[in-house]
Design a protein around this ligand. Structure first.
Ligand SMILES: [Zn+2]
Length: 358
């Protein structure tokens, strides 16, 4: 009897210890806007089936991306699901269909004393990044979203979007004053961003709107800089970083396979940086997913002759809009086993909020 009791106490202690060991301190959440499983498959083919960073995932899951009012989501509703753990209507950001604001992953992290950051290739007021700090019924309210970005407690934000600040605050000079008053150190080019230390909260506005397509290894470098700043600022409490490969979506809307491959490569380099960080920091979870597919990309057999340069495959697009198929989730590092199976996009968001809630 005593022995059984002792054994069960030991097993409880062991399972609690295992749970504690699995709970990550830091989360790096990478979202490929418009990255369908066909986009990932295209990159495997382009890479001649040598393992890509996606192939190196330690665990995988699938998520269903439909929104509260549409079977095919937009980036606002899916961004909200991933950032807050609830499904909402298309175009809504950080609020329920009735307009009630929902706490985001970043806001939970800030409440827990963690450092938070976002890094994107589009403007920071765009739907995906805004879902992590803003609460508005329309993703197009850029003035209000700009205000909410300044009111946010983000430690690091790197992307574009100066034009919307200038519009909101009158002109660029007044925008710079508002940014300084909000406690951010502003950088307007990436070289200047790289020199900033963790003493300040960083707002890098590298372009009027999008940082731009074909930006090479910008996203990887910005991810690396953000990790350096957040690690110091978060200290023992850790950090949450969201990185978006924003323009994969635009190339899908344009049905341009070569341009999408370029954007995918930039995003994959950023994932490599995040995974390398998790390999050298055993307390870090890396989650990679997308908000939805774009362009309805399919890899169809175009020619039976597998010896031809294109290897008999044609990248064919079936729409200029978004698509509603399931989206893969790739996990690396601490707590990879916590996300598994087929889930709603909102379940993934809720799960990540739970992981960092003490
Ligand atoms: Zn889109």
């Amino acid at each position: 009897m005593l022995r059984t009791l002792l054994l069960s106490i030991v097993s409880i202690i062991l399972s609690v210890a295992t749970l504690a060991a699995q709970t990550p301190k830091n989360i790096i959440f990478l979202i490929g806007d418009g990255m369908s499983i066909a986009s990932v498959s295209m990159m495997q083919l382009v890479n001649k089936y040598e393992p890509t960073i996606f192939d190196k995932a330690e665990n995988i899951a699938l998520q269903k991306s439909y929104s509260a009012d549409n079977r095919v989501t937009d980036s606002a509703a899916s961004g909200t699901a991933l950032a807050t753990g609830v499904k909402t209507n298309n175009t809504y950001l950080g609020v329920l269909p009735d307009g009630t604001a929902v706490e985001s992953l970043m806001e939970v992290a800030q409440r827990e004393g963690m450092a938070t950051g976002v890094v994107v290739t589009t403007y920071l007021q765009h739907a995906t990044p805004a879902a992590f700090y803003a609460h508005v019924p329309s993703r197009h309210e850029y003035a209000l979203i700009s205000e909410q970005l300044l009111d946010s407690r983000l430690d690091v934000a790197i992307g574009g979007g100066m034009a919307f600040f200038a519009e909101r605050y009158g002109d660029r000079t007044q925008a710079e004053a508002a940014i300084a008053a909000a406690g951010f150190t502003l950088a307007t080019d990436f070289e200047a961003t790289k020199t900033l230390s963790a003493d300040c909260r960083v707002l890098a506005l590298l372009a009027d709107k999008e940082v731009g397509e074909n930006s090479g290894d910008y996203l990887a470098q910005a991810t690396s800089k953000a990790l350096e700043l957040l690690e110091t600022r978060g200290g023992d409490n850790g950090f949450v970083l969201m990185v978006e490969g924003s323009l994969i979506d635009g190339m899908g809307h344009g049905n341009d396979a070569v341009a999408q491959q370029r954007e995918m490569l930039g995003f994959m380099q950023a994932i490599e940086v995040a995974v390398a960080y998790a390999q050298s920091h055993s307390d870090t979870l890396v989650v990679v997913t997308a908000d939805h597919g774009t362009g309805g990309l399919t890899l169809v057999s175009a020619n039976a002759d597998f010896t031809l340069a294109e290897q008999g495959v044609e990248f064919r697009w079936t729409t200029g809009g978004h698509s509603g198929e399931m989206i893969p989730v790739y996990l690396y590092g601490a707590g990879s086993e916590l996300v598994n199976g087929v889930m709603e996009n909102s379940e993934l968001g809720a799960l990540l909020k739970g992981v960092i809630t003490k």
